[in-house]
Ligand binder design. Structure first.
Ligand code: GLA
Length: 724
């Protein structure tokens, strides 16, 4: 059981492993937030509610009671026009032009199984609470869904809005959740970035007024990940209360934290209401994307481990989440567009005996695609370039005992393509305006069923015809022009959300319809790294920047919300193609081992010594792979603030662990660098082969040990811990 109700006080308690979330239905029928934090007893909590009379504030409609202003009640949902001036969760426009609603309690249900959202990815789960709210004057309803996870400190929330009237209702805002954090001093931690520079942490003090992050790109974006942690001012990596928020959504979103006049902070979010509205005909409902909420009393580290565990157990495809990942060689940085069968076969030959088990053919195998100006959308093998076609290459790869992977960019179309010549309207655009190019290409109008059918049919035809084990699904540009030819003008503001629904539809029909193929997500690097993508793709290309130094930052930031197993990380060439930096091969591998590892460089130039080194690396990776797939991550040294980076991964039973330490700049005459382990069992005795020492967890975590790096920049050391 995870959900309890005290019927007398109408108080609901949702319990996680170490946390409680609670709200009650007040005398007006409004759900008032009470508490979210460390686990407490199921006591009476109303003595702590923050409602109360305030001068110069509107009373609840139809009452003149003191202590009854919406503006000071802590919300689970809030709306505009009845005295609440904070950010509304929903903003309906009724047929008479009025925008006022009052959604009040009409009952609840506890469902034994969490229902899936029909049109969007969501977490699985057990016991789910539904609170029914209704505006009897406008026959407008809201259903608030809450799922608690007894095995972690995560709660999932979403809202369904219902038009039960016989008139149209337009939703100008339809967020997924709202809740309040008590009066206090808080910071927000968010992840900003861009191409080759994804997910940099940024800590910002919250203030009176609204702090918000969003995307207006019809994708979750590298600009700002749909993640926000709200931290008590003194909270750190391993101490203090932290509240994490992440949206299972891949289109334009908003997340807000508002310092309200009562001193409390209202956090809310969901679909971005900028350039959005949704028309509900009589009888129609609107499902919002799911928000995942994670509480930790153990700082950011605890929050991240909760997200990771919840995503592994309840979001990522069960078949693949803990299965050994392909260790691949990708030809992109070895050949770019310039390859022939012979060149690719030589790469395959050159990795024989290394343990690399999958060959992935990247961009350039289809249509007329010799550079990035043409061919997207023509999913037909370019036999002039690849003599003997795909089958000859696939047979060759398979004959060497390797699996075969192939790159697609399903959502895109080039102007210079047969499909664009036949159907220029498949590209998003406004007929009398020029379209914006981005990477010399356009995005397809996924809001249209005929466009989606074309994509699904042409890609599934390739997957059916050829023996393909793995697919890399790329998405290299963002939408512009936000318009769908032929759609009713009243519904054009539905575009960005319909794009997400279209994306999920083609993922259902391509990814889920081919369960034996392993799909990796990608977006011009890691620009669409969100939980909805993780639902379909157990791993996502983390960044086009594969330089080891840069990757310590990118992987650190990504790990705030996403598990290591979700991050595809490759060993690439030096000088690095993005930053021209030269780092040791061993360092590149040690950092790439902190995720789903692989190689992306010209292996045909390898010497026997290089091949032996790769063989050693792959074997080493396999020894720690179960920790990457299912271990608990402890971030120890922060590369965004120090000259060092270290990640420890600990098995769930704490019998094994792996520590990777990295020093960025070499130091003259360095002091001993003491690293304190984290996450071990204090009372267990561990053998550390690299130190040839047997030490208790308590000693390793409180005393630590000196990590000696070789001379030079960009050096790593790794350590293993085995319970004895
Ligand atoms: C994107 C990806 C790369 C590669 C290229 C191919 O940039 O992130 O890994 O696949 O596209 O065009």
């Amino acid at each position: 059981m995870a959900i309890y109700i005290d019927k007398e006080s109408k108080t609901f308690y949702l319990e996680g492993e170490n946390s409680t979330y609670s709200f009650f239905i007040n005398s007006f029928g409004y759900p008032e937030h009470l508490y979210w934090g460390k686990k407490i007893h199921r006591d009476y909590l109303l003595m702590a509610r923050s409602g109360g009379a305030r001068s110069c504030e509107a009373k609840v409609p139809g009452t003149n009671e003191g202590g009854s202003t919406y503006n000071h009640m802590l919300p689970e949902i809030s709306y505009f026009g009845t005295g609440d001036y904070r950010e509304p969760t929903v903003h309906p426009v009724f047929e008479d032009g009025s925008r006022v609603t009052e959604l009040l309690y009409s009952g609840y249900d506890i469902l034994p199984e969490k229902p899936r959202i029909s049109s969007m990815p969501s977490m699985s789960g057990g016991e789910t609470l539904v609170i029914y709210l209704y505006d009897t004057i406008r026959d407008f309803g809201a259903e608030l869904y809450y799922t608690a996870y007894p095995d972690s400190d995560v709660i999932s929330r979403r809202i369904i809005y219902k038009n039960e009237s016989n008139k149209k209702i337009k939703l100008d805002r339809a967020y997924s959740f709202a809740l309040a954090l008590p009066k206090g001093d808080y910071d927000a931690l968010t992840l900003f970035g861009g191409w080759a520079n994804e997910r940099n942490p940024e800590r910002t003090p919250l203030h009176h007024g609204v702090f918000s992050i969003d995307s207006k790109r019809a994708t979750s974006s590298a600009t700002l990940n749909p993640f926000m942690a709200v931290m008590e001012r003194g909270a750190s990596e391993d101490r203090g209360n932290v509240y994490g928020f992440n949206l299972i959504y891949s289109s334009s979103y908003a997340l807000k934290a508002e310092g309200a006049s009562g001193g409390h902070f209202v956090v809310s979010g969901g679909i971005n209401d900028f350039d959005f509205s949704w028309l509900l005909s009589p009888g129609e409902s609107f499902e919002t994307p799911e928000a995942v909420l994670s509480f930790s009393a153990e700082g950011l580290g605890g929050m991240s481990r909760s997200f990771h565990r919840a995503y592994r157990e309840h979001l990522i495809n069960k078949r693949y989440v803990k299965a050994l990942r392909p260790v691949l060689i990708n030809n992109w940085e070895a050949t770019y567009f310039e390859f022939t069968f012979e060149k690719l076969a030589a790469i395959v030959d050159s990795i024989e005996g290394t343990g690399i088990d999958t060959f992935v053919l990247d961009d350039g195998w289809f249509g007329k695609r010799d550079d990035d100006n043409s061919g997207l959308g023509d999913w037909v093998v370019n036999e002039a370039k690849l003599s003997g076609g795909l089958d000859r290459l696939i047979d060759y790869v398979h004959s060497k005992g390797l699996k075969f992977g192939l790159w697609f960019e399903p959502e895109m179309i080039s102007e210079d393509s047969d499909i664009f010549r036949a159907h220029p309207d498949y590209a998003i655009g406004i007929p009398d305006r020029p379209r914006c190019y981005s990477r010399n290409q356009y995005a397809m109008d996924l809001t249209r069923e005929d466009v989606r059918d074309y994509i699904v049919d042409s890609i599934n035809a390739i997957l059916k015809k050829h023996d393909i084990d793995y697919v890399k699904w790329d998405y290299n540009r963002n939408v512009t022009e936000f318009f769908s030819e032929g759609r009713d003008p009243d519904r054009q503001l539905e575009f960005s959300h319909r794009y997400a629904l279209g994306l999920y539809d083609i993922c259902d029909r391509i990814v889920l319809a081919n369960p034996d193929i392993f799909f990796e997500g990608c977006s011009g690097g890691g620009a669409r790294f969100d939980p909805a993508i993780l639902y379909y793709f157990p791993q996502i290309w983390t960044s086009d920047d594969s330089d080891a130094e840069e990757r310590t930052h990118i992987q650190w930031g990504t790990s705030y919300a996403y598990p290591l197993s979700a991050m595809a990380c490759h060993v690439s060439a030096v000088p690095n193609h993005q930053v021209r930096r030269v780092t040791p091969m061993r360092t590149r591998a040690d950092i790439a081992h902190l995720g789903a590892t692989g190689y992306e460089l010209d292996t045909t130039v390898f010497t026997d010594k290089d091949r032996d080194e790769v063989k050693r690396q792959v074997a080493e990776y396999h020894k720690m792979e179960d920790l990457v797939l299912d271990g608990d991550l402890y971030r120890i040294e922060d590369p965004t603030k120090t000259n060092f980076f270290s990640f420890a991964i600990v098995s769930p039973d704490k019998s094994r662990a792996h520590l990777t330490c990295y020093r960025s700049k070499g130091q003259p005459n360095p002091e001993p660098h003491i690293v304190k382990m984290a996450g071990l069992d204090e009372n267990k005795l561990y053998f550390i082969p690299e130190l040839n020492l047997m030490l208790h967890g308590s000693t390793l975590m409180n005393v630590g040990f000196a990590v000696n790096f070789n001379k030079g920049d960009f050096m790593t050391r790794t350590f293993n811990f085995e319970e004895k």
